[in-house]
Design a protein around this ligand. Structure first.
Ligand code: PMP
Length: 463
């Protein structure tokens, strides 16, 4: 190719780029006009139906023109975000999540207030003694270096044995990744699977970080709403109907944070079958799997290839501050998650990984912790049931209650703030877990007396 040819092609590229920019400006002018009409008619800036029509159109254009669909959707996503910006989308109100509630509670405590902490999802009890001892031993032995991003071979092999004995699931080391907690496993899984402009199904109410991570990836969270009246069970037709051409994954997590719901095996199987049919990945967050008081299916019990299991040492062994969890998936997905992890954190600290090996062998501690939560659920459920203004699902597992007010006008953000200020009790408003302004979450990571005291004060404020 001659220099002139190269020059000519560069000029053409510049010309096409110029056209794209002029068209983007033209598009923004049209969007502004639409925004004006919407505001005259009192309509919202966000319009999911209109976005869906555009997505379908872009996908069909990509198919015709040979442009990669993911690239087309990425461009569309950028254009839609631009439209929303010129239409003056006001930043939606900051959601109050358990994390923000915890910060408020800590501030009050630092000012000398006595606060009953029913907000944060963290067990009050400590890690197994032998885990602490092992970490110290490892430190003294100089286990203070970088390790393979995947995790030390001894922990990988301990995880293989653990999964084999717990779920009768045999897996290869290449299907495992040790992560800094379950939170990072979710982040890495979504980073591996989803691109800008695509979408992920979540079943609400659910842990706020799913939506936050999906947003961060530039993707769209599609919510399948569940209701207390239906025992927090997802409706399968609705779930199936919510999957669009852009959907790449569904996140499920049972026992659920915040409701304590566990879906039965046939429902679990139905979700897997839908996902198989639609060729989307099932991300199953099984962090509360050991706090289960009815039959609790795991994704590992089913014949499914396209999945990611995420789990953690945080709840089972009360090791929240150790920051260690893991993921199980196909070699291809683990490889991508590995790259995200290598890029962002290198590895979980070496001495912590030695502690984690000890935890996997501490079956007795896992059982003891689970038993404590079971007792607390029984006790807290019977206490909350005395409050007439609330309706509560009796949890099948996890470590929370998610009462729903019978008052149509109940505002959980106001309630949580008033409860904290007037009664010194911290809970998490339902709005943090989806559009649930009539609900709030009570965490049972506190001693029984504190839980009883907190629930009593909730009753007082409501009466
Ligand atoms: N998943 C769920 C449902 C959770 O509630 C939490 C913690 N609250 C996590 C994952 C993450 O926990 P960690 O990062 O400590 O493992």
């Amino acid at each position: 190719m001659t220099e002139e040819e190269l020059q000519r092609l560069r000029e053409q590229i510049k010309d096409v780029t110029g056209k794209i920019i002029s068209l983007a400006a033209e598009r923004n002018r049209l969007a502004k006009e639409i925004g004006r009409i919407k505001s005259e008619r009192g309509l919202q800036v966000e319009d999911e139906g209109a976005e869906l029509v555009l997505e379908r159109y872009v996908i069909s254009l990509c198919r015709e023109s040979g442009l990669d669909e993911r690239t087309g959707l990425k461009i569309l996503h950028t254009l839609i975000e631009e439209s929303k910006a010129v239409q003056g989308r006001t930043q939606s109100k900051q959601r109050i999540t358990p994390m923000t509630m915890a910060a408020k509670a800590r501030k009050l405590i630092s000012e000398g207030r006595d606060v009953v902490r029913l907000d944060v999802g963290e067990p009050d009890f400590g890690p197994p003694k032998e885990v602490v001892e092992e970490c110290i031993r490892a430190l003294n032995l100089g286990k203070t270096k970088y390790t393979d991003t995947r995790g030390i071979p001894a922990l990988i092999s301990a995880l293989q044995n653990y999964l084999e004995s717990k779920h009768r699931y045999s897996t290869q080391g290449e299907n495992l990744l040790v992560t800094p907690g379950g939170r990072f496993a979710i982040f890495a899984a979504l980073s591996a699977i989803v691109r800008e402009g695509e979408s992920v199904l979540i079943i609400e109410p659910c842990w706020p970080a799913y939506r936050e991570n999906i947003d961060f990836a530039g993707a769209k969270a599609i919510s399948v709403r569940t209701e207390i009246e239906e025992g927090w069970s997802p409706n399968m037709e609705e779930l199936q109907g919510s999957i669009t051409e852009t959907t790449r994954a569904i996140i499920i997590s049972y026992p659920s944070n915040p409701t304590g719901k566990i879906i039965d095996r046939s429902t679990f199987r139905a979700i897997i079958e839908i996902a198989k049919d639609k060729k989307i990945t099932v991300i199953s967050d099984e962090i509360y799997n050991d706090y289960a008081y009815t039959d609790c299916p795991s994704i590992l019990d089913f014949d499914v290839e396209n999945f990611v299991l995420t789990s953690s040492f945080s709840k089972t062994w009360a090791m929240t501050g150790f920051r260690v969890g893991y993921a199980v998936s196909s070699r291809e997905i683990i490889e991508k998650m590995y790259r995200v992890m290598a890029l962002a954190v290198t590895c979980v600290p070496e001495f912590i990984q030695y502690g984690a090996i000890k935890a996997l062998g501490s079956e007795q501690d896992a059982r003891k912790n689970s038993e404590i939560m079971r007792r607390r659920i029984e006790m807290a459920y019977s206490e909350i049931s005395r409050i007439d203004q609330l309706q509560t699902y009796k949890p099948d597992g996890a470590m929370y209650l998610f009462p729903v007010s019978k008052d149509e006008k109940f505002d959980s953000d106001n309630f949580a703030e008033t409860l904290l200020e007037r009664k010194g009790v911290a809970v998490s408003p339902g709005t943090g877990f989806g559009d649930y302004r009539r609900a709030f979450r009570i965490s049972l990571g506190q001693k029984e007396e504190k839980i009883v005291e907190g629930i009593k004060k909730i009753g007082e404020l409501l009466s």
